[in-house]
Design a protein around this ligand. Structure first.
Ligand code: PMP
Length: 426
C-alpha cells in the first residue's frame, strides 16, 4: 500500500470499489463483535478465582481481631489500608478503602464538594454560579459524564506525549477561580496510554491556582497494569504536592476492578491526612461501614504489591498478544497510507487511533453496520464532541484473538473506505 494522498482520482476510485467489495463480504458474515469497553476477558477473570476460597466462616477476623461480618470501620480494615498504601506509595493514614468502585468514590467526592465544599472551600462548589473542570482530552468518558451530569463546565486540554498541556493549564488556573479541578489518568492514560512525566507532576503540584480549593482528581486506575517487564516510573503526586506546600491539592483513586473482578473489586482513595479526616467526617454520615468481607478476601488473595505485580504479569501474558495483534494489523493494513496514527501503550487497557480529521464518527458507524461495535466516536472528549472528529478508542482485551483479528480487519477497512471518500470529495 502507498500513501493514499499520492493517488490520482482514478486510482482512488479503483481502490474504493475493491474496498467496497470486501465490505460487502463482511456484511454477509453477520458479525457480532464488541470492542467498545475495556473489560477483562473470561480467561483473565479465571486468574482471580482463588478469591472465592480466600475467606471462610472460620477465618473472618482481621489482624486487629475485627469481625468483618459486622458494621464499622468507615475507613476500611487495617490490612486493606496497608495494601493500598503500598500501591499508592503513601502512608496507611492517608488512605480510605471503600466499596467496589473507584468511579463511585470520585462521583461521591465531587457530589460532597458540590453540597458541602472541600476542606479549603469558602462555599460549597454548588453554591457558586458556575464551576469548571479541566479535562485533558482524549480522556476517560465516564469522568466527563460525571461533570456533565453534575453541571460542571468542562474545558478540554490537549494531551501531549508526556501529559496534558501544562502551559495552557497554568495560564488558565492562575486567572480563573471558577476552575475547581482537573481530571488526570496519569499512568497508561485512558485512551492514549500516556504516562505523565516528572515535570508534569511537579508543575501540577506547584502551579499557582486562583481557586484556593482547586483539586487534582488523580485517577491512577492503571497503576499496576503493565504490558512490559520494565514498567515506567510515575512521580508520587502526594509527595510532590506536600513538598510544594499544597498537600491538600490532590485526591488519588484506584481499584482492583481490572486486577480481580470488575464490579466486585475493592476501591480506595488517598489524600493528605487532613483531607482524609475531613472526608471521613462526611463519609460517616453517608455509611456505617464498607464491605469488609470483600476487603479481607482481597487482602488474603492479593497479599502485597510484589504479589500483585506477579498476578498482573499473568494478566499481561493473556492480553499482550491482543495488543500486539492490533498493533501489527494497524501497521500492516494502514502503516504506509498516511491516513491514521495510533498509540503503542506500555500498559493499561486501550489503543488510541486517530483517523484523518472528520472521519472517526463515520468509521465507527460503518463498522457498526457490519456488526463491529466500537466506543462511540467523540466519547473520549468532553460533551462527546471530538473537535477534529478523528479519535477512536480501541479496547482489545475482551474479544478472543480470532474475534479481534476480524474486528480489526473491519476497522482498518472502514478507515480506508472513509478516508478514500474524504480524499475523493476534497
Ligand atoms: N478510571 C478509569 C480511568 C477507568 O478506565 C475505569 C474503568 N474502565 C475506572 C476508573 C472504573 O473503575 P471502577 O471499576 O473502580 O469504578
Amino acid at each position: 500500500m502507498t500513501d493514499l494522498r499520492t493517488l490520482d482520482r482514478t486510482e482512488l476510485e479503483n481502490l474504493y470499489s475493491r474496498l467496497e467489495k470486501q465490505y460487502l463480504a463482511f456484511k454477509s458474515k453477520n458479525l457480532a463483535l464488541n470492542m467498545s469497553r475495556g473489560k477483562p476477558s473470561p480467561d483473565q477473570l479465571e486468574l482471580s478465582s482463588g478469591l472465592f476460597d480466600s475467606l471462610d466462616a472460620r477465618t473472618n477476623k482481621t489482624a486487629d481481631n475485627i469481625d468483618v461480618r459486622n458494621y464499622g470501620g468507615v475507613d476500611g480494615i487495617r490490612e486493606a489500608k496497608e495494601l493500598f498504601a503500598e500501591i499508592f506509595a503513601v502512608r496507611p493514614s492517608e488512605v480510605i478503602v471503600g466499596g467496589n468502585s473507584s468511579l463511585t468514590m470520585m462521583y461521591d467526592t465531587i457530589s460532597r464538594a458540590l453540597l458541602k465544599g472541600v476542606r479549603d472551600s469558602e462555599l460549597p462548589w454548588g453554591k457558586l454560579p458556575q464551576i469548571k473542570f479541566l479535562c485533558p482530552s482524549p480522556g476517560y468518558d465516564r469522568h466527563f459524564a460525571i461533570c456533565e451530569a453534575l453541571g460542571i463546565e468542562m474545558i478540554p486540554i490537549d494531551m501531549l506525549d508526556d501529559g496534558p498541556d501544562m502551559d495552557k493549564i497554568e495560564e488558565l488556573v492562575r486567572k480563573d477561580d471558577t476552575i475547581k479541578g482537573i481530571w488526570c489518568v496519569p499512568k497508561y492514560s485512558n485512551p492514549g496510554g500516556i504516562i505523565y512525566s516528572d515535570e508534569v507532576v511537579d508543575r501540577l503540584a506547584m502551579m499557582e491556582t486562583k481557586a484556593a480549593d482547586f483539586k487534582i482528581f488523580w485517577d491512577d486506575a492503571y497503576t499496576v497494569h503493565h504490558l512490559t517487564d520494565n514498567p515506567p516510573h510515575l512521580k508520587n503526586i502526594l509527595q510532590a504536592c506536600s513538598k510544594a506546600g499544597h498537600a491538600d491539592r490532590v485526591f488519588i483513586f484506584a481499584s482492583t476492578s481490572k486486577v480481580t473482578f470488575p464490579g466486585s473489586g475493592v476501591a480506595a482513595m488517598a489524600a493528605s491526612e487532613a483531607n482524609i479526616k475531613f472526608i471521613l467526617d462526611q463519609l460517616s454520615v453517608q455509611m456505617i461501614g464498607p464491605d469488609k468481607i470483600n476487603q479481607l478476601r482481597h487482602v488474603r488473595f492479593l497479599k502485597n504489591l510484589d504479589h500483585i505485580n506477579e498476578h498482573m504479569k499473568k494478566h499481561a501474558k493473556l492480553i499482550k498478544p491482543k495488543f500486539d495483534l492490533v498493533l501489527h494489523e494497524l501497521e500492516a493494513q494502514l502503516g504506509d497510507q498516511r491516513i491514521a496514527s495510533w498509540s503503542n501503550p506500555k500498559g493499561g487497557y486501550f489503543i488510541s487511533l486517530n483517523t484523518l480529521d472528520g472521519c472517526a464518527a463515520e468509521v465507527v458507524k460503518r463498522a457498526a453496520a457490519v456488526g463491529v461495535k466500537l466506543t462511540k466516536a467523540g466519547a473520549t472528549f468532553p460533551y462527546g464532541k471530538d473537535p477534529k472528529d478523528r479519535n477512536i478508542r480501541i479496547a482489545p482485551t475482551f474479544p478472543s484473538l480470532a474475534e479481534l483479528k476480524m474486528a480489526i480487519d473491519v476497522l482498518c477497512l472502514c478507515v480506508q473506505m472513509v478516508s478514500v471518500e474524504k480524499l475523493l470529495t476534497n
